[in-house]
Design a protein around this ligand. Structure first.
Ligand code: KG4
Ligand code: ZN
Length: 339
């Protein structure tokens, strides 16, 4: 595939402004991510208005930086791929408008990409993966299982009934007085704690079908902090007893649910490979446990490198190339969608 197309990917769906250059869907020439985390930290979560404005400020510099890092010129680019859904509408529109402007000005094909599909696609970029496979996309906004028939073809099998796993990490981090984003902070604290110290609940569907729920777990952590008195105030961080045990027991409960539900779904679907992607797939305990428990059941667990688990544009350029090859192009009237 000597002359495979070079695709410029653009991502701006949430709080990362990202651009990447990928040849032939897999050969990552450059991937630049500007994180807005410090801008949102004060609020403990993403503020849509701040996100939109920050994307506007950074989108062109990030694209320029990606081109420079790839040693490429815009004239070398064969197509522009951009996240069009789901995400914050004001943020999506910044990336989409930049992509349309570039495509129009340079006469390039434009491809619109689904952010969740792209997370799953990231699982196929660095490893040889036999399809069909099961994909677990586990991020701040989504926790869902898909059957991946082909690289660009997903069928939803199960999704969270309430919170996403990453959202639960972020909320528990806030309860413990940790920074934003909460996942890495909770994980760091958990490393010093006892995973078996507290018996937090693990979700299991009544009908036994695969699925996720994290809101009961989050509430259990809150009630534990309040001494099981739902009406008591949440104690300030410095008064929390054994916070590392709380973090470790919480993390273990999340990991148990993700591993159990995913491997049960793999068995039900008769699939021997699970791809685990999205920001929470950076979690060390999840990587260890999923890899070991899958292997014990004869299943292969594949994780992208951490840089391609959390939001990035390489996955957008990668999946964009698949759409380009399939002739699935977007027009300059393409719209963004929050869903
Ligand atoms: O995929 P992503 O970058 O953005 C979304 O599309 O949501 O995921 C971000 C989420 C955040 O909730 C963050 O707390 C979580 O991924 N996260 C982690 C870890 N690193 C990031 N959660 C647990 N452990 C981690 N090491
Ligand atoms: Zn994401």
């Amino acid at each position: 595939m000597a002359s495979a197309e070079l695709v410029l990917g653009i991502e701006s769906s949430c709080d990362e402004t990202a651009a990447a250059l990928v040849r032939g869907g897999r050969e990552i020439k450059a991937s630049v991510v500007h994180s807005q985390a410090p801008d949102h930290a004060l609020f403990g979560g993403v503020v849509p208005e701040i996100a939109g404005r920050s994307h506007l400020r950074h989108i062109i510099p990030v694209i320029d930086e990606a081109l420079a890092a790839a040693g490429a010129d815009i004239a070398d680019v064969d197509a522009v791929a951009v996240t069009a859904r789901p995400g914050l509408i004001g943020s999506l529109l910044v990336g989409l408008s930049a992509a349309k402007a570039l495509a129009y000005a340079r006469g390039l094909p434009l491809v619109c990409v689904d952010h969740i599909q792209a997370h799953a696609y990231a699982g196929t970029m660095e490893a040889e993966v036999e399809l069909p496979a099961l994909a677990l996309v586990v991020s701040g906004g989504h926790t869902a299982l898909y059957r991946m028939e082909r690289a660009a073809e997903l069928r939803l099998l199960a999704a969270t009934r309430d919170d996403a796993a990453g959202e639960a990490f972020d909320k528990v981090a806030q309860m413990l007085g940790l920074g934003y984003p909460g996942g890495p902070e909770v994980s760091r604290l958990a490393a010093r704690g006892d995973r078996g110290a507290l018996a937090f609940p693990r979700y299991r569907a009544k009908d036994g079908r695969p699925g996720f729920s994290f809101s009961g777990l989050k509430t259990a952590v809150l009630y534990h902090l309040r001494g099981q008195d739902a009406l008591a105030p949440t104690p300030p961080p410095e008064e929390i007893e054994r916070p590392a045990d709380v973090a470790a027991s919480f993390e273990e409960a999340v990991v148990d649910v993700l591993v159990e539900q995913t491997l049960a779904a793999a068995r039900a679907e008769g699939l021997a490979t699970v791809l685990v992607t999205g920001g929470v797939a950076c979690n060390r305990r999840l990587r260890e446990r999923m890899t070991a428990d899958a292997a014990a059941r004869g299943i292969r667990a594949v994780f992208p490198s951490p840089a391609y688990c959390s939001d990035n544009a390489a996955m957008i350029a990668g999946l964009g190339w698949e759409h380009l090859r399939a002739g699935q192009l977007a027009g300059l009237d393409a719209d963004a969608s929050p869903r």
